[in-house]
Design a binder for this molecule. Structure first.
Ligand code: SF4
Length: 365
């Protein structure tokens, strides 16, 4: 762990600050300024303290310290990689699946992740918090659609709101009878755990709806003592937590790192929910794995940890078509066609165990 960053009290936002702290090379400064002009930069003291500046492959640095590779844009990359715009009926709302909506309240985050799928939309200058009029319209949309059972607060990071404002928003949503679940997606408990105050935890609870918190964490080291205490405060208040992680090259694309992350989450009483395949966000190809690598990692993970530690490996289909599970398939079709006999012969399934050995189901009598 870096001693250089121990005493940091403010969030680093400028490439010059990163260079001064030994977190970026001075030779890269002109290119990093170009990156920072395009995509927001923020490294909180908690995250900076985790970075070893002497390790060029530090998995925390890869997530938050801008890279000159972000200036490379691949043809398949898209400013709106998961197609939010195509499903936004009113400002602030994304209605992709019938029973739930995303409610995007703010455009700012505690940290700016270099792989962010909304990197063209988050950060200072990329937008503002919803105006009162837009907020009222968004609420009216939710109220008018009785099929909406779950409202997912996302952004930006909704826990960047003040506890007072968050409590007001929670109460507004909870007054809508058909909304039963409010899910909050956040990176704040790891990135800036001091924000998880007693007031913030109180704001998460609301009569009339059940709150879930989905924590975004990608490496076991992010679950510091302070982060664990913040999550424990939320869970002890009766709010269940799940996690979502992104599969990232050089961060968690090996079985040991994934295993450590999933075990750490479960130890914190956080159920691993999603492992996202990296989205086609601009300038992020250096952080993406292949789908085959992701499937192989999931196969290995299944051999190492219990079901409690297994997230769903999912791909957000570009164009706004939603998530598809893309984990390895353990079940093979049961029919094989015999050309000789002109008929399907095998009436049993073939199923692979966690070692890769194949078995018939039902077994031989
Ligand atoms: S916290 Fe979430 S929305 Fe904010 S930069 Fe990271 S991935 Fe993007």
């Amino acid at each position: 762990m870096s001693k250089m960053n121990f005493n940091l009290t403010t969030t680093l936002r400028e490439p010059t600050e990163l260079v001064a702290r030994g977190l970026a090379a001075v030779a890269d400064l002109p290119d990093l300024e170009k990156v920072a002009a395009r995509y927001a930069v923020a490294v909180t003291p908690d995250m900076a303290a985790l970075i070893d500046p002497d390790d060029p492959d530090d998995p925390i640095a890869r997530q938050f310290i801008p890279s000159v590779q972000e200036l490379v844009r691949e043809p398949s990359e898209d400013p709106d990689p998961i197609g939010d715009h195509a499903h936004s009926p009113v400002a602030g709302i994304v209605h992709r699946y019938p029973d739930r909506v995303l409610f995007k309240l703010v455009h700012v985050c505690a940290v700016y992740c270099r792989f962010c799928f909304r990197r063209e939309m988050v950060g200072p200058g990329k937008g503002t918090a919803l105006s009162q009029g837009a907020y009222d319209n968004a609420l009216a949309y939710i109220r008018a659609h009785s099929e909406i059972w779950e409202v997912i607060l996302t952004g930006g990071d909704p826990l960047m709101l003040s506890p007072r404002r968050l409590a007001e928003i929670m109460a507004d949503i909870a007054t809508i009878d058909h909304v039963r679940i409010i899910r909050i997606h956040t990176r704040v408990p790891v990135a800036d755990p001091a924000r998880i105050s007693a007031e913030m935890i109180a704001a998460l609870k609301v009569g009339g709806a059940t709150t879930w918190v989905a924590l975004h964490a990608n490496h076991a080291r992010e679950l510091t003592d302070r982060a664990r205490a913040a999550c424990a405060g939320i869970i002890d208040a009766g709010i269940p937590m799940v996690s979502q992680s992104v599969l990232l090259r050089g961060v968690n694309d090996n079985a040991a790192a994934l295993e450590a992350l999933m075990r750490a989450l479960v130890e914190c009483r956080i159920k691993p929910y999603y492992l996202h395949h990296g989205d086609l966000a601009p300038g992020t190809s250096h952080l993406r794995t292949t789908l085959e690598q992701g499937q192989e990692l999931m196969r290995v993970l299944r051999g190492r940890v219990s079901g409690l530690c297994q997230p769903d490996y999912v791909l957000d289909i570009p164009g706004g078509h939603g998530k598809a599970p893309v984990g390895p398939n353990y079940l093979a079709p049961r029919n094989s066609f015999s050309r000789e006999r002109g008929q399907f012969e095998e009436t049993r399934y073939r199923v692979a165990d966690y070692c890769g050995d194949v078995h018939l189901y039902p077994p031989q009598p």
